[in-house]
Design a protein around this ligand. Structure first.
Ligand code: SAM
Length: 249
């Protein structure tokens, strides 16, 4: 079955010119294996609609790592600084798995409430022999009130999880003071910025930066919003399961 799965493009030059980093041979093999396992898993678990190799490269691999470009991924690699990262609403493992492959000395927790996706991800992590990833099944609202996880992470990642204000309520309680949440968004405008700023302040955070970038193959516009945690999040946040979505801040 694996014979029919195509090869991902390598595009080392594109990685280098856009993000100042490119995968080594082992990482490229891990990306290929990740692709193969997702294509196979898709038959059973309905993981992603993005299956064409170049589109997978751009929308799942490149996009996941583009969110870190503001952190100067190459410098982080050199510094070897270990960080605790949580990918909230990881789905099929994005952006968390490509980041764990690129930065093997970071510890990445993949969080999702969908048990069957997490079952798939546990098998995938074992097959890829990724020692720096753990999986966590649960709702962000509950994990954020769990003392084992509250204020325990340096970096929180959220892609395609919901409204930005909802993402802020999920992410900020989980961050250490000084930690950073990265919200991966498509469209972003002044109105989005104002409502997120309002919510972030209630949660002990602030918008540090908004980065617009153009994807290298299809030339689409994407945004990453960087929220810095400035002070402890008040105890009442995150609110009970479902409330952040029903009554956004
Ligand atoms: N981040 C992935 C990506 O970009 O491909 C998956 C996005 S998928 C559209 C959204 C995921 O968020 C789903 O798998 C869903 O189960 C998860 N999710 C939504 N709300 C959640 C919550 N409150 N706690 C945990 N997971 C949640």
């Amino acid at each position: 079955m694996i014979d029919r799965i195509q090869q991902l493009p390598v595009l080392g030059e594109v990685w280098q010119t856009t993000l100042g980093w490119q995968p080594n041979k082992k990482q490229q093999e891990q990306f290929q294996k990740l692709y193969e396992e997702i294509i196979i898993g898709n038959r059973q678990f309905n993981l992603t609609r993005i299956t064409e190799p170049r589109e997978f490269w751009e929308k799942h691999l490149w996009d996941s790592l583009a969110g870190l470009s503001g952190l100067e991924i190459a410098n982080e690699l050199e510094a070897g600084q270990p960080l605790y990262v949580i990918d909230i609403g990881t789905g099929a493992g994005f952006p968390g798995i490509p980041i764990a492959i690129a930065l093997p000395f970071w510890t990445v927790t993949l969080l999702d409430s969908t048990r069957k996706k997490m079952f798939f991800l546990s098998g995938l992590i074992a097959k890829l022999d990724l020692k720096n990833i753990q999986t966590l099944i649960g709702r962000a609202e509950e994990i954020g009130q769990n003392p084992l996880h509250r204020q325990a992470y340096d970096l929180a990642l959220l892609r395609a999880v919901g409204e930005a204000t909802v993402c802020a309520e999920y992410a900020l309680p989980l961050l250490k003071i000084g930690g950073l949440a990265i919200l991966y968004r498509g469209h972003w405008d002044r109105k989005d910025n104002l409502s997120l700023q309002f919510a972030a302040e209630k949660l002990g955070g602030k918008i540090e930066r908004v980065t617009e970038f153009v994807t290298p193959l299809s030339q689409s516009i994407r945004h990453c919003i960087y929220l810095r945690k400035m002070s402890p999040t008040p105890e009442q946040f995150p609110r009970a399961v479902g409330i952040p979505v029903q009554k956004p801040l």
